[in-house]
Design a protein around this ligand. Structure first.
Ligand SMILES: Nc1ncnc2c1ncn2[C@@H]1O[C@H](COP(=O)(O)OP(=O)(O)OP(=O)(O)O)[C@@H](O)[C@H]1O
Ligand SMILES: [Mg+2]
Length: 258
């Protein structure tokens, strides 16, 4: 059984009097301890799919049909109370929009600690130790300074690591990372990718990476799912899809990435 199994997911947006399918009968699975890349151009529905797994869609968007099984439990049918225990604890998301990510007015360490406060019984002292350990786990050399910093005081790479530390704070099984390397320069990107692999191996994490960057897919992903206008047009082992893309849209994405 796959850790995450999305079946026939359709998400619509209200548009004037009518509705428009943003995600259209999407099905794919994320096997345990795999890194799966969800790729596609801007507006193809990647973030919407990720937010649906977390059940964090904005009010204008609705899941109108389909199932999202997480360890066999349907997230679509889950009551809000249960979802709150799921988010962070079972699955966590590193958001694309800075607006949803760290709150600019609180120190980074406090925001990571908040996750621990919600999901664990650790004491204040234990939580602070755990924040320190988490920041080390994402290979931050000076965890004390980073914990005391406000988000804007960190470089893009450090902030991305700190957000990852927050995502893994309560030991989730699945991490969804939305464009984890965009806005970072190439060397920093490479280090973040290595970090994802390390976390997958050390923590037995399963990762759904959302990206438009096929370079990232090549060096990181086991499986790839290609979205175009809200539909899955191609999927398979990353190596295979990149070497022998069958769909013309995938070929165009590859061409554009050269
Ligand atoms: N709240 C909303 N209401 C209406 N339409 C929306 C809403 N959120 C997103 N959309 C539309 O849904 C489509 C898919 O958006 P989504 O953010 O999922 O794309 P994406 O693949 O993540 O793109 P990008 O690579 O630019 O991040 C877009 O056309 C977008 O305009
Ligand atoms: Mg997006």
């Amino acid at each position: 059984m796959s850790l995450l199994d999305i079946q026939d997911l359709t998400i619509e947006a209200k548009q004037g009097q009518g509705r428009q399918a943003i995600v259209d009968r999407v099905s794919f699975a994320v096997p345990e301890q795999n890194i799966v890349a969800l790729v596609g151009g801007s507006g193809s529905g990647k973030t919407t799919t990720g937010l649906a797994v977390m059940r964090l869609l904005s009010p204008g968007l609705n899941i109108v049909s389909g199932r999202i099984y997480f360890e066999g439990n349907d997230v679509v049918a889950m009551p809000e109370g249960e979802l709150r225990r799921y988010r962070g604890k079972q699955m966590a998301m590193v958001f694309q929009e800075p607006l949803y990510a760290f709150n600019p007015v609180f120190r980074v360490g406090c925001q990571i600690e908040e996750v621990l406060q919600f999901h664990t019984d650790l004491t204040k002292g234990q939580r602070q130790q755990r924040v320190d350990a988490l920041l080390r786990q994402v290979e931050i050399k000076d965890p004390g300074r980073v914990a005391r910093s406000y988000p804007y005081q960190l470089s893009g790479g450090l902030r991305q690591r700190a957000m990852l530390a927050q995502a893994i704070a309560a030991n989730p099984k699945l991490v969804i990372a939305d464009e984890p390397t965009s806005n970072l320069d190439v060397t920093v990107q490479a280090r973040i990718l290595t970090l994802f692999k390390k976390l997958r191996d050390d923590l037995k994490l399963t990762v759904l990476i959302i990206t438009h960057d096929l370079g990232l897919v090549r060096s990181l992903a086991d499986q790839v799912v290609v979205l175009s206008s809200g539909r899955v047009v191609e999927e398979g082992p990353a190596g295979e899809v990149l070497q022998h893309p069958r769909h013309v849209y995938t070929q165009q994405l590859l061409e554009a990435a050269k």
